[in-house]
Every structure is written in structure tokens, then in C-alpha cells.
Design a protein around this ligand. Structure first.
Ligand code: SF4
Ligand SMILES: [Zn+2]
Ligand SMILES: [Zn+2]
Length: 309
């Protein structure tokens, strides 16, 4: 297989684009397309302080690498979730992140959730009798990423979600016709409160195969093991189904996602109908209730106003 541009040895064949590329031209295209996505969706500009949420995996470290290489004002943030799973998943991921930070001279803040929460993620799920650890984990990760990135002075939390992640979530949300989630599936979620950072996903148009190839070709050290709690997750089943369809009909995932983005304009909530966020009475972070989900999880109660007594 030869590179379509230079006729050199191709390292990848992108079936959805019917395009074979060598190492140099693949990296060049990948970076050009990422920068275009950032501009097209007005995610952030070069001077803006942004934080990449790094998990130690290929996608998030790939985004951090690319933004750092192209001179963005970027830092990383790693949340230590305290997940062991028989092989020290969180420890292993943290080591990869530290190795990355040292190798490329990128600042990465390590934040151990247990130090603030008093519990690791699995312990918190157990304490709440919640068999689905991912549900507790999702709420806590969203909260701490936003809170710590805000404390770091960032305007945006960047994540490494790729096309496979997005279409699997989209597929699940569509099967349930869950409009509230569908509305939140854009490549850029704007800020609706001064303490709620924008959320950007610059790799959203690349398949997992492409993001893995980008990390491998650049020699980025990343953790290959998956979180032990992801076993049996519905998203994995959806990915398998979508991969099967993609095999028979290349380009389906990309079309599904692009068409959704066009349709999204029609389901957007008008500004005047958007729920106004207040500040949590305990921690001060944005919430729709008096006390945010995480403070309630911690069991913190609202301090009584002396006049109420
Ligand atoms: S798979 Fe579940 S528990 Fe593991 S990091 Fe993801 S959301 Fe958290
Ligand atoms: Zn080439
Ligand atoms: Zn709170």
C-alpha cells in the first residue's frame, strides 16, 4: 500500500476516506484536521489557558502532545481515582502521565480525589450502595475536572473523546431518545456560568484507530489497559455493533455523527428556556439545586442560617 501523496510506504489506510498515508503525511493531516476542528467550533485560541483532562490513555495524552507541540497555552490535569482492579490501574495510569510530563516538559497537575472526598471512587460507590461504579465516577470526574481546572485559571477543559466514543454514546442516547443527553453531545459545550468551564473535544472526528496510530507514531507512552470497571459496559457493546456496520459500510460512523450535528441545531434549548445555574451553598460550584451532587454525596449539609433557628 502506497501513500496517496508521496507514494512512499503507507502506514495506515483510512477506509472511511479511501486514503492511504505514510507516517509523515498521516501526522501532518491529523494535526491539520485537529487545528481546523478547534478553529471551526471556536473551541479556544492559542493564548487562552486550557487544561487537558489526561487519563493516561492514547487519546488524552495525544491531545496534550499535539496542543503543546503547536504552542497552545496548555497544561494537563490527572485525577487519581484510586482504582486498583487487581493490577493497580490508577497507579499505572499515573506513572504514564508523569513519564509523559517529564519527557515533553509539560506541566501536569495530579489531583487525588480521595484526599478531598475521603474515599476512592470504588469506596464511594460502595458507601452509596451503588452497583454501577461508573455512575458515581462520572459525576465526580465532571465535578473535579471543572473545579480544579477553574482553580488553575483555565477557561476550557479539553478531553480526548474520539469518534468511536462519541458515536457509541450517540447510539445509546438515540436508542433511549434521551434528549437531555443528546443536547449535550456537541464537540464544544459553552460555558453557562462563570465557574463552569467550556468543554472541548478536538479529536471528535477521528476514529480510535487514528488516535492510536497518532500516539504510536509519535512514541507517546500511554497506558493500554482499560479501567477494570469498563468491562461489560453498554458502550463497549455499542462500539462492537458500530464497528461491524463500519466494516460493511465504511464511513457510517462519521456520517452518523456529522448528520447528528446538523440535526442538533433543531433540538437546542432556546437561551431563554435554559435552566439558570446557582452556586452550591457548600462548595460554591455551579449547580441547579441548593447543594451540588458532590457535596450531597459527601454528606455535607447546608449550614443553618442563624435567623432560621
Ligand atoms: S470505566 Fe467507569 S469507573 Fe472506570 S474511569 Fe470510566 S467511568 Fe470511571
Ligand atoms: Zn506520504
Ligand atoms: Zn457543592
Amino acid at each position: 500500500m502506497k501513500c496517496k501523496i508521496c507514494k512512499g510506504k503507507a502506514v495506515i489506510h483510512l477506509r472511511q476516506h479511501n486514503l492511504a498515508l505514510c507516517k509523515e503525511h498521516f501526522i501532518e493531516r491529523f494535526e491539520r484536521e485537529t487545528l481546523r476542528t478547534i478553529r471551526k467550533f471556536k473551541m479556544f485560541d492559542k493564548e487562552e489557558p486550557v487544561v487537558v483532562a489526561v487519563s493516561g490513555g492514547k487519546d488524552s495524552l495525544g491531545v496534550l502532545y499535539l496542543l503543546h507541540k503547536h504552542g497552545y497555552n496548555v497544561r494537563g490535569l490527572y485525577l487519581d481515582l484510586g482504582i486498583h482492579g487487581g493490577f493497580g490501574y490508577s497507579e499505572l495510569s499515573k506513572r504514564r502521565v508523569e513519564e509523559f510530563a517529564e519527557r515533553y516538559g509539560v506541566e501536569v497537575r495530579i489531583f487525588t480525589i480521595q484526599h478531598d472526598l475521603g474515599y476512592t471512587i470504588p469506596e464511594m460507590a460502595e458507601k452509596r450502595y451503588e452497583p454501577r461504579v461508573c455512575r458515581v465516577c462520572g459525576t465526580l470526574k465532571r465535578y473535579y475536572l471543572n473545579k480544579i481546572a477553574h482553580e488553575m485559571g483555565a477557561t476550557t477543559v479539553v478531553t480526548g473523546h474520539n469518534l468511536d466514543d462519541e458515536v457509541a454514546t450517540l447510539f445509546g442516547n438515540t436508542l433511549r431518545w434521551d434528549l437531555s443527553y443528546l443536547r449535550r453531545q456537541a464537540p464544544l459545550l459553552p460555558s453557562t456560568h462563570p465557574k463552569l468551564l467550556k468543554r472541548a473535544k478536538p479529536f471528535v472526528f477521528f476514529t480510535e484507530k487514528e488516535t492510536a496510530m497518532y500516539a504510536i507514531l509519535n512514541g507517546i507512552p500511554y497506558v493500554r489497559e482499560e479501567c477494570p470497571f469498563s468491562v461489560g459496559a453498554k458502550s463497549i457493546l455499542y462500539k462492537e455493533v458500530l464497528n461491524r456496520i463500519e466494516e460493511v459500510s465504511p464511513g457510517t460512523k462519521l456520517r452518523f455523527y456529522r448528520e447528528f450535528l446538523r440535526f442538533m441545531k433543531e433540538i437546542r434549548v432556546p437561551e431563554e428556556e435554559q435552566v439558570e445555574l446557582k452556586e452550591c451553598q457548600v462548595c460554591g460550584m455551579p449547580t441547579v439545586l441548593e447543594v451540588c451532587a458532590v457535596c450531597r454525596m459527601k454528606g455535607v449539609t447546608v449550614p443553618l442560617n442563624p435567623s432560621d433557628q
